[in-house]
Design a protein around this ligand. Structure first.
Ligand code: DGL
Length: 215
């Protein structure tokens, strides 16, 4: 079957690679929106105008399911997109629930774009699952651009990570698929002092369930 994977940029490639590895019997079709990246500093209404035609082209190309491999789009627009499209759309959003369940210090850090952090869905995730947990939101507003253009500033990254470690965060959530590309760098900086989590494997499990239900 044809699985569509969509993101504003290179975050989609990381998710597409993981899906292709886990489900080699299926075909993966990746779309990015280089013209409009970064999404994470834009308003949802503007992003919706970019995303609808791209998803439509994937449906027209025969995708049976689309993974919205973008936390920014998933947390702000997934309900609207599900009304618009009849094929299953799989969303990716910050793993607040597992992080809150894992933390021993009672402090987690969510690294995500400004638009994701401002979304109602993210607010709801915190209200539902992290009411007793302190949630740090380091400024990652320039990370997606940095990663997209292969210009990761190691010093800045180290500062951000040190800040959350200094505040006792023991779980760090990668809430933007672009950040999957620097997961190993972050783990190296942390050197075992915290756990880094991201939703690729959970999304693959959900994808398997959805594919199993398709006619
Ligand atoms: N990769 C996207 C996400 O997961 C956002 C990158 C961007 O700002 O365009 O949120």
């Amino acid at each position: 079957m044809k699985i569509g994977v969509f993101d504003s940029g290179v975050g989609g490639q990381s998710v597409a690679n993981a899906i292709a590895k886990a489900l080699p019997e299926h075909q993966v079709e990746l779309r990015e929106d280089h013209e409009h990246i970064p999404y994470g500093i834009r308003q949802p209404a503007e992003i919706l105008g970019f995303v609808v035609p791209i998803l439509q082209s994937m449906v027209d190309d025969g995708c049976a399911v689309i993974v919205v491999a973008c936390n920014t789009v998933s947390t702000t627009l997934i309900d609207k997109l599900r009304q618009e499209f009849s094929i299953p759309l799989i969303a990716m959003e910050p793993m607040v629930k597992p992080a809150a369940a894992m933390t021993k210090t009672g402090v987690i850090a969510v690294c995500a774009t400004p638009t994701t952090l401002a979304s109602e869905r993210y607010r709801q995730l915190k209200a539902d699952y992290a009411i007793d947990v302190q949630v740090l939101e380091p400024d990652c507003s320039d990370w997606a651009g940095m990663i997209e253009h292969h210009q990761v500033d190691s010093r800045k990254l180290a500062e951000r990570i040190q800040e959350v470690l200094d505040q006792s965060a023991d779980v760090i959530v990668l809430g933007c698929t672009h950040y999957h590309w620097i997961e190993d760098d972050i783990k190296a900086l942390i050197a075992g002092r915290a756990t880094v989590i991201q939703p690729e494997q959970a999304v693959i499990a959900q994808l398997r369930r959805v594919l199993g239900q398709l006619p």
